[in-house]
Structure formats: structure tokens, C-alpha cells
Ligand binder design. Structure first.
Ligand code: DGT
Ligand code: CA
Ligand code: CA
Ligand code: ZN
Length: 593
């Protein structure tokens, strides 16, 4: 059945193709619908199945015409009108528009002028200098296309964590329901909470492979079987590939360690073991000090058969036992990226990572005052319902990168602050009056002194000029962080996963400035952003900076994004004290002051 993400994807493609065809207004309506469909908390296909048309039209931005198309897509797997448009403009529009600076209109023009349909066509035309000859394009545009084509190719193949992880949770629930399954766990990048996922890996410990594999491939949600064998099977669920591996319960811990990766972590761990006369592979930890180093006894990685089970087996049933046999403390999967975790484990200095339960609040959310869907009261009520102690509203201020009329003027900010004060007085939790200001190309934020004085929280974010070089970008972000009015630097790079790479900057330099000026750096938890990300968080914390994990929610349901933000901060070695959302209200007030 079509997922919300797939439905949203169809409308995004629709919007792009209409725009490429120079149609006005409609693309914007389709994009808005796509965004709300993507963020909708329950499966829309269920409404279609139940014939609940009202529930579909209740989704913001979905009217009669779009609802009809949603029903058509869920029931038939395609939308006639979209297919006609695709026939008229046979462009791989999602691929081509992933190149920064190439939007749907440009893609349409390149198709009409040069017959470009695919990324390959585009690359060939750029190499042959054909693009700069088209009117409205120049050598700079052409060079930009050459520079970005590889990024565009690479990102098309990975899924967002926010889309893949809920599926992985469903797979686990399904496997747990199979009687012959003794143990099961996700592995691979999904267990490490990487922000994008190549495929979903799951592992089962059982004494009856056949029964488990049979029931797995027959699961209702499976769209097609890719392959299956005696100890593994791969299926496709929607756009996501799921790899199942099946092992005996006694080797579950070893397999879990191996298939969790990362590959770099495993390579370092193997070398660490070899130095100590041990061998680690997907079957266990073995003492090979008494074993002749045969052709396969050298700790090589070709763990494919029983010849890998050599020497005395010291561990393998549990993952904790695997690390223990190597003289190491168990490491949370988020840390397994080969950025010093093995050394820290050996010396007993692994971080005491923050958890979901440590979070007491959120500093960055939106209401209908700008582009959010709900009132101030509704957002605060939802935050209260999550058990938070404090909650910050930060609607968009007007400024560079913000659609005209959507952001708040200084006067409107003062009006909104008054309303927020009223809601705060009537509410059980502390409500911060905030704003999301816009960092211009030079790092200035352009708010009036009156507005700055009236506000509790100023989140400053970049929404424009995202193609600056590293030096300029770093200077700009440092300048914003140095501004005494700024409390939090919002989504520092401005990247959109699978869409644009955003600013490249020096995370250590930024972290040092943030530490010096008491400005927190945001981990924006929106699964399309996850900005900052693991390595940048780690560099910032090492430089002494504090982190704020924010959902940037535009409706109550996306306060749930906190899950992605917390795990991303954990990938950056964040301990509770590093993250201001874990602090008590008084400490937070002082930090914001
Ligand atoms: P992905 O799927 O691209 O997001 O990334 P992973 O990390 O899930 O990679 P995947 O699915 O190819 O393999 C799952 C795990 O299996 C990986 O994290 C570590 C382990 N693994 C796979 N290939 C190798 C290898 O050649 N050497 C070692 N040491 N481990 C490997
Ligand atoms: Ca994987
Ligand atoms: Ca895999
Ligand atoms: Zn925002």
C-alpha cells in the first residue's frame, strides 16, 4: 500500500513537471499538499481503504481535486493526469532538480532546447559546453552543473532515516510475532541512526531458518521478493529494500556486532583484536594465539564459512560479551563510526550519552502566525502533553530567503509576544517568546532593538545564499553566533538531505565561537535536515559549545521529530550536560538571558 511519503513524492513530481511546463499557481498548491501529506501522522491509504473521504480532505492543503488524485493513486498505483504530463515531458525531474541551481523551470528549458531528459544527458551536454550556449545560461551555470552532478547521483539512492526507521520498527514488530524467532534486532546504518539509509538490515536468531524466512517474505507489507536463500532474504517494501539475515541464537551477538558496522568500525575493531592475539568475525571472538596462521587464519574479512570458526571461542552469544572478550566496554551503535570510540572504550572514557528521557523542552517551533498549521495554544498544549517543562515558539521573521508576507515584521513580532505572554500565563509550562531570524549573506540578522528586547529566544537561521565557499560561510556563521542577541544558531548548514548540500563550514571554528559567546548550535530534528549532524556535533562539543535539539515543528505531530534529533546528537557524543534542552528551567532562562 502506498505510504504517505510515496503519495507526497507523486505530488512533488507533479508540481515540478507543471512548473517545467510553465503552469502557474498549481505547483505551489501541490507542493503544499505534498508537505502536509508527508508530515501526516497516520497512513492516508487507510482512509482511502475505509472510504473516509472527509479525513483525506481534512488534511491541510488537500481539497476535492487533490483528494480525488490521492484516492486514484492509492487504488490504482498511478495518476492518469500525471502520466499524461510525464509522457509530454519525459524528464527525470526529481534527479535533475537535485542539482543546486537547477529548478523545474530550468529543467523544462533544457528539455525543450537540448532534449535533456536524464542526469546522463545533462552531464554530456555540460561536458560538450552546450549548456552555456542556451540563452539565459552561462559558463558559470554550466560549471555549477558539472560540480554538482555527482552529488545529485549519489543522493538519489538513499532513503531518509525518518522514512526508513518507522518501517524498520514495523519489520521488527512483525518478526517478534513469529513463533520461531528467539531474538531479533535491526542492524546496519539504521541501528547506528545514520541520517540516510541504503537499505534496512534486520537480524534474527532462530533454530528454524526456513520457517522464519518463509513467514518474512509472506509479510503483508512486502511488495516484492528480491532474493531468498537458506540464511537470508531480501524484499522490497515501498521504495525500501529490507535485508534479513538468520543465524543460530548462539551466534546472534557476533552477527549483530558484525552487521551493525560501520564497516570502518569493524575494520578497526578487527585490527585491535589481531594486536591482542584474538580474532573477531560474524561468528564470535576467538583466541587464535595457539592456531597456525593459515591462508584464512590472518583475521581476513571473508567470513563466509565454518573455516572462520577457529581457535577457542570466547564470545558470540551476546554483543556485550563480544566487546567484553576484547577487553572493551559495549558501545552504543551511534558511536560506531571509527571516530575514536574504540580508544575511548579501552580507556573507559566513553561518553554517557543523552537519552530521550533527558529532554525537558524544545526551543524552535512554528504557528499559523508564519508557516505553521496551528495556533500558539495548540502547539503549547501539545508540548505540555509531552511532559515538557518549557517550550519555545519561533515563527519566521521577514528577511532574506523568506517568502514575502510569510515572515513577521517587527510590529507583528511585538504583537505576537503579547499573545505568547497570555498563553504562558494560562499554561502549566513555561512558554518562551521566540523568533526565527534570518542570517543574511554577511551574518547579520536585521531585527529591531525593540523586538530583540521583547523576545526570550532568538534562533538565527540561514535561508539564503547557501552556495558560499567554506571561508565565507564560516565567517558568516561565526558573525551570527557572536551577535549578543542570538541564542541559538538554527540549522547551521541549511542542507536538505537528498536535495541540497548546504553550506560547508569549519565546525571547530564555529564551535569555539559558540562556546565563547554562549550561543547554542542547533541540531534541527526535521528528518530532511538533521543539521548539525554527528561529526559536526562532536567537533562543536569538543570546542566547548552547547547544543540545542529542536524539532522546528510546524504542527503538533512533528514534535515527535525530537527522536531523530536526540539520536543525531548521540552520534555526536552528546552527554546531557552538553544539550541545553536537558537543563532545568532556571538554568535555561539564564543561558537565554
Ligand atoms: P547502508 O545500508 O549503505 O546505509 O549502510 P550499512 O552500514 O547498513 O551497510 P550494509 O547494509 O552494506 O551492510 C551492513 C553491515 O554489514 C555494515 O554496516 C557492516 C557489515 N559489513 C558489510 N560489508 C562489510 C565488509 O566488507 N567488511 C566489514 N568489516 N563489515 C561489513
Ligand atoms: Ca544497510
Ligand atoms: Ca544491507
Ligand atoms: Zn523553523
Amino acid at each position: 500500500m502506498a505510504t504517505n511519503a510515496e503519495i507526497a513524492g507523486r505530488f512533488e513530481e507533479f508540481a515540478d513537471l507543471l512548473e517545467a511546463d510553465d503552469v502557474e499557481y498549481k505547483p505551489r498548491a501541490y507542493r503544499r499538499a505534498a508537505e502536509n501529506v508527508r508530515a501526516h501522522p497516520s497512513p492516508i491509504a487507510d482512509y482511502v481503504e475505509a472510504g473516509d473521504r472527509d479525513a483525506i480532505e481534512d488534511i491541510d492543503g488537500v481539497g476535492d481535486a487533490i483528494a480525488t488524485k490521492i484516492v486514484e493513486y492509492v487504488e490504482t498505483g498511478s495518476i492518469d493526469e500525471l502520466e499524461e504530463l510525464q509522457a509530454e515531458l519525459p524528464i527525470d525531474i526529481a534527479d535533475i532538480t537535485r542539482i543546486e541551481g537547477v529548478g523545474p523551470k530550468t529543467a523544462g528549458k533544457l528539455y525543450h532546447e537540448l532534449g535533456i531528459e536524464t542526469l546522463d544527458d545533462l552531464e554530456a551536454a555540460a561536458e560538450a559546453n552546450e549548456i552555456q550556449a542556451v540563452s539565459g545560461f552561462g559558463p558559470k551555470t554550466e560549471q555549477n552543473i558539472r560540480d554538482n552532478i555527482e552529488f545529485a547521483r549519489e543522493v538519489g539512492t538513499r532513503q531518509l532515516l525518518g522514512e526508513a526507521r518507522p518501517l524498520a520498527d514495523d519489520v521488527l514488530a512483525e518478526l517478534e510475532g513469529i513463533e520461531e524467532v528467539e531474538r531479533c534486532e535491526v542492524a546496519g546504518s539504521i541501528r547506528r541512526w545514520r541520517e540516510t539509509i541504503g537499505d534496512v538490515d534486520v537480524l534474527v536468531g532462530t533454530n528454524d531458518n526456513e520457517a522464519v524466512i518463509e513467514q518474512f517474505v509472506e509479510w503483508d507489507s512486502v511488495d516484492s521478493e528480491i532474493e531468498s536463500g537458506p540464511a537470508k532474504a531480501s524484499v522490497r517494501v515501498g521504495e525500501i529494500r529490507v535485508d534479513l539475515r538468520v543465524v543460530v541464537p548462539d551466534e546472534f551477538g557476533a552477527a549483530l556486532q558484525y552487521f551493525t558496522g560501520s564497516k570502518d568500525h569493524n575494520v578497526s575493531l578487527r585490527n585491535y583484536a589481531i594486536d591482542r592475539g584474538l580474532k573477531v568475525n560474524e561468528y564470535g571472538v576467538f583466541d587464535v594465539s595457539e592456531v597456525d596462521a593459515g591462508p584464512d587464519g590472518d583475521g581476513s574479512d571473508s567470513a563466509t564459512d565454518g573455516s572462520q570458526r577457529v581457535g577457542d571461542r570466547l564470545a558470540g552469544e551476546t554483543e556485550e560479551g563480544m566487546y567484553e572478550a576484547l577487553g572493551l566496554d559495549w558501545m552504543p551503535p551511534e558511536l560506531r563510526t571509527d571516530r575514536g570510540e574504540i580508544e575511548a572504550s579501552e580507556s573507559g572514557t566513553l561518553p554517557d550519552l543523552l537519552t530521550r528521557e533527558d529532554i525537558r523542552g524544545d526551543f524552535h517551533s512554528h504557528t499559523e502566525w508564519s508557516d505553521g498549521n496551528n495556533t500558539i495554544e495548540e502547539m503549547v498544549e501539545a508540548a505540555d502533553g509531552r511532559g515538557y517543562d518549557y517550550f519555545g515558539l519561533a515563527d519566521h521573521a521577514e528577511g532574506p530567503g523568506i517568502v514575502g508576507g510569510m515572515g513577521l515584521s517587527d510590529t507583528e513580532i511585538l504583537e505576537q509576544v503579547e499573545q505568547i505572554r497570555e498563553v504562558d500565563a494560562a499554561s502549566d509550562i513555561a512558554v518562551f517568546a521566540g523568533i526565527e531570524a534570518n542570517v543574511d549573506a554577511d551574518g547579520e540578522i536585521g531585527l529591531s532593538t525593540e523586538a530583540i528586547d521583547a523576545l526570550d529566544v532568538i534562533v538565527a537561521s540561514t535561508h539564503s545564499a547557501l552556495d558560499q565557499d567554506t571561508e565565507r560561510a564560516t565567517n558568516r556563521l561565526v558573525r551570527a553566533v557572536e551577535n549578543p542577541a542570538v541564542d541559538v544558531l538554527g540549522h547551521p548548514s541549511g542542507r536538505l538531505l537528498n536535495e541540497r548540500s548546504g553550506l560547508d563550514f569549519d565546525a571547530t571554528a564555529l564551535g569555539e565561537a559558540a562556546a565563547e559567546h554562549d550561543t547554542a548550535l542547533e541540531v534541527n530534528s526535521n528528518p530532511r535536515r538533521l543539521d548539525l549532524w554527528g561529526s559536526a556535533v562532536q567537533a562543536a562539543i569538543d570546542a566547548g559549545a552547547k547544543i540545542a535539539i529542536n524539532t522546528d515543528a510546524h504542527q503538533p505531530s512533528t514534535l515527535e521529530f525530537m527522536r531523530w534529533g536526540v539520536h543525531t546528537a548521540r552520534r555526536g557524543w552528546a552527554e546531557p550536560g552538553d544539550v541545553i534542552n536537558t537543563w532545568e528551567l532556571e538554568a535555561v532562562r539564564e543561558f537565554l538571558h
